[in-house]
Design a binder for this molecule. Structure first.
Ligand SMILES: *Cc1c(COP(=O)(O)O)cnc(C)c1O
Length: 435
């Protein structure tokens, strides 16, 4: 009986907002109020203020378990790309679930160690690793470096020699494929700054073989982000396989195939995201059966588990357009501004009013400061709340104090419990390191 009640509510939600995949099960209306899991969002606003990032624990667990299950056919590791969301509570949760971490800086390695990741499950990519970062990573005994240039290889070899350890590496090889996604997040195309150019890959391995302090473990490629077409991953894998064959012919064994991250999520109802299982069932057969695999999902673990709750400060009509001005701005969520990204926006209170075409904008002094344009939204009054959905990845992580706006609070929901996992910053915090 209870279940049927929830199911019908859930259908109402789908029909009302035609949401697909946006944390579907974890986000639902009960009567007129929007809930994440069993917590009413207007209660979160009252308790913690706005704007606030809110995450669903069960959605995170669900997303990670899908990867883990899909990989269970092979040996390997799911390394959460922690640049997407590096809150310690979320990292700790993923570490406890058995995730490894994909890091891009010394700071991320530090956060991951603090959150309880086993260093032997941490991989480290990035085109500009400094000597200090390399030394820190080596001393922390991370699993491996994803090396992106010949000069970086030299640097790692030298520093490893200096502190008398061996550095385990894979080369990040740029397979020169061009997935269909925003140009700022394409990384595997010819002419981007990432990885060893495809034609130099074999030479890179031959060079590494001569280095005294380097141990070659595998090969890595990461072609971009928000990719919805499994075909791009497969094409990249087929090109990587050619490198693997050529390298192994030279007597260098590549134990690990790191396929990177980049799997897209459903920001709009038109998008259809492949599952980890679909992805892996395309990629596994490309390589020999004995290979171990690493995947580095970020967005597809955390995007649809997180949402930004904002308050409507004012309404106004200007130049024939309706605006809702919220307390969330581009400094809090920069994706719409930076990538012209679309986030579904849902009023937290359901009404029967007819819908009005509205721009949802922030308070910042930039025309690029918007959360959504030309949205058909039911009427929301001053003081009402909006949920900007699917904002868990590259949301808080890319936020700043621009316009001297303190960083936001973050809340993790687990069933009927809400836990504060980051305090809202204060005005004093704005001056913290000034001397
Ligand atoms: C950003 C990044 C990822 C994660 O990408 P998503 O699209 O968030 O899954 C994985 N690996 C590397 C090397 C990255 O830079």
């Amino acid at each position: 009986m209870l279940k049927r009640h929830f199911d019908s509510e859930y259908k109402v939600l789908i029909k009302y907002y035609k949401i697909r995949g946006v944390g579907r099960k974890m986000l639902q209306f009960k009567k007129d109020d929007l809930y994440i899991e069993q917590v009413k969002l207007s209660d979160i606003a009252k308790e913690y203020g706005t704007s606030t990032y809110i995450y669903s624990k069960s959605q995170i667990v669900n997303n990670f378990e899908n990867y883990k299950k899909a990989l269970s056919l092979k040996e390997g590791l799911i390394c959460f790309a922690c640049k997407t969301n590096s809150n310690g509570a979320i990292l700790k949760l993923l570490a406890e679930l058995g995730a490894g971490a994909d890091t891009t800086s010394g700071g991320e390695i530090y956060r991951c160690l603090k959150a309880g990741f086993d260093p032997s499950n941490i991989v480290y990519a990035g085109v500009g690793k400094t000597a200090e970062e390399i030394e820190y990573a080596l001393k922390s005994k991370i699993f491996m470096f994803n090396v992106e240039s010949f000069e970086e290889l030299d640097a790692i070899d030298k520093i490893a020699g200096k502190i008398k350890v061996k550095a385990k590496i894979a080369f990040r090889v740029n397979p020169h494929v061009d997935p269909d996604t925003h140009s700022y997040i394409v990384t595997g195309k010819k002419g981007t700054k990432f990885g060893i150019p495809y034609e130099d890959a074999v030479n890179a391995y031959l060079t590494a073989k001569q280095k005294k302090n380097i141990v070659i473990l595998g090969i890595h490629s990461h072609i971009g982000s928000q990719i919805l077409d499994v075909g791009s991953f497969k094409l990249a894998a087929q090109k990587i396989k050619k490198v693997v064959d050529a390298v192994e012919k030279n007597g260098i064994k590549l134990e690990y195939i790191n396929c990177g991250g980049g799997l897209g999520v459903e920001y709009t109802k038109k998008q259809k995201a492949p599952s980890p299982k679909q992805l892996m069932s395309e990629l596994f057969p490309v390589f020999d059966a004995d290979k171990k695999f690493i995947f580095e999902p970020g967005r597809s673990i955390i995007a649809n588990a997180g949402h930004l709750l904002a308050k409507v400060i004012y309404k106004k009509v200007s130049g024939g357009k309706s605006f809702l001005i919220t307390d969330a701005g581009m400094n809090d969520l920069i994706r719409p501004t930076l990538y012209e990204a679309y986030h579904e926006i849902i009023p937290v209170k359901k009404t029967d009013d007819k819908k009005v075409k509205t721009d949802v904008v922030g308070p910042i002094c930039e025309s690029g400061d918007f959360m959504g344009k030309d949205r058909m939204l039911s009427v929301v009054e001053q003081g009402g709340y909006l949920l900007i959905t699917c904002a868990g990845a590259y949301g808080f992580a890319m936020s700043s104090e621009y316009n001297s706006r303190p960083l936001l609070a973050e809340v993790l929901i687990d069933g009927d419990k809400a836990v504060l996992i980051r305090k809202r910053a204060t005005y004093e915090d704005l001056l913290l390191n000034e001397v």
